[in-house]
Design a protein around this ligand. Sequence first.
Ligand code: SF4
Length: 520
Amino acid sequence: MGQLVTIDTNLENMTPPPVKHYQAYRPRPFTREQRDSTTILFGGLTWKHERIMQGALHNLGYKAEPLPNIAREDLDAGKELIDVGACCPTIFTTGSLVNFLKKEVATHGKDATNNKFVYLTAGACGPCRFGQYHESYSMALDGLGLRDFRLFLLAQDELDQGATGGGGLDINLPLSLGLVWSILCGDVITDLEYATRPYEVTPGQTDAVLQECVAYMYEVFRNRPDHGKKLGTLAWHLTTSYFTNALREVRKKWDAIQVDRTRVKARVKITGEFWLQTHEGDGNYNIKKWLESEDSEVAPPPVAVWLHYLMHPVIRKLEHRHSTSKHPKRDDAILQILERVYVRTYNRFRKALADIPSALPDQVELKNLAEPFYHFELRGGEGHMLIGKALYAYHHKKAHMICELSPYSCMPNTMSIGSMANVVGKYPDLLYAPIEVKGDAEVHAISRCQMILTEAKKRAQAEFDEVLKKTGLTLEAIHAYEKLHPELRRATYKVPHKGYSGTSANYVLHLAQDRGLARA
Ligand code: SF4
């Protein structure tokens, strides 16, 4: 027989469980005294950008280390620890930090890991998950039992934020300008790399020279001269030839690479969500590498376009007086000057590399091209730029096809893909491959891309045949001419755009029109 239990049904006698209020993550201070013993972790770009940025950080006396390149296991680690609705880039980047910390904890223990590292990541407010990345990271830290680990946000729209959380990290002009300039240098070198590798005569030579150049640029940034913390350093960065001279050295090293530009390649413009399109690795199924293995030339997306885009909503707001500024005209004028200086700096870097890296697209043109399909004030992700960039490449014949990398569970990208359906309806001959990236559905994504790529390759071949016919040139005549003019086979020889999407077609027309190579 069981015992009878009396239940007190009087609610007044019941004590409610203690309420545990949500508390946002607040990092422990990172003090100035801890600088020498603390390593700043960072990541999110390509290994080239990150190595050059590391030089800028070492230059300022910080210990700094990029996280290992994203791998497939990072997706699983991220999925385990963050919310189920997270977008694919959030899962990958959180997983990457998690896997790094797990290894450190296993080797050195929790306390040592908490004290030895801080994580620095870009942050912003905004309508997409980018505004809450740090919340995902803190959720993962909770899951790992590392609530004491420190992570800091580098707001992408403030170059001089001062000392943060204890003074260990001073987000001032020397730091911000060093990081931005290293990103711009990383961009132009990456553009040069992708314009060269598909045509290299000796397999592997581009990658070998690239390694050497990035190591050299690391030293250039590590030894950057000190010009104070305020206007002096700004003026120096804007006027110095220190970086352009360094890039000219890169060009000299690049001169050694021999190319054959008569190989016909489909030119593929990569667009999409910022992290996915920039990344080179498992996070986007190594799509750039795969495209090159499939006889394509990739037009990579420079980070510089994104930074340029960030200035524009502010400029447009000021122009339309939707700004809270007390001096909108003055602020507008300052921003316009800043924009010109920014584009000029990028062009100086391009020029040092023989003008081979592509120019930045005009942001006003991108906005106008996208306007009938996507309003520029719809922020989040890449906003109207996905539509603008696709149409820009189409109208200016910069690529045979667009490969758009869209993260699984990304709200802004879902909107732009929807708008692209309207664009493709209006421009049916625009070759557009939207690839949804989940991280674990590679076969599906690649096969979708392959279908469009097949058509792009046909177009590349057709325009090459057309230009051979038009000029009356043959491959034998071109190669014989190259023997007499070896500069044409150098990777640093600039082939002007002659109205074709493909490099080989532009090259042949250039030989006929500008170099006087005539039919036999
Ligand atoms: S743009 Fe999309 S993928 Fe990128 S952070 Fe925002 S929600 Fe995530």
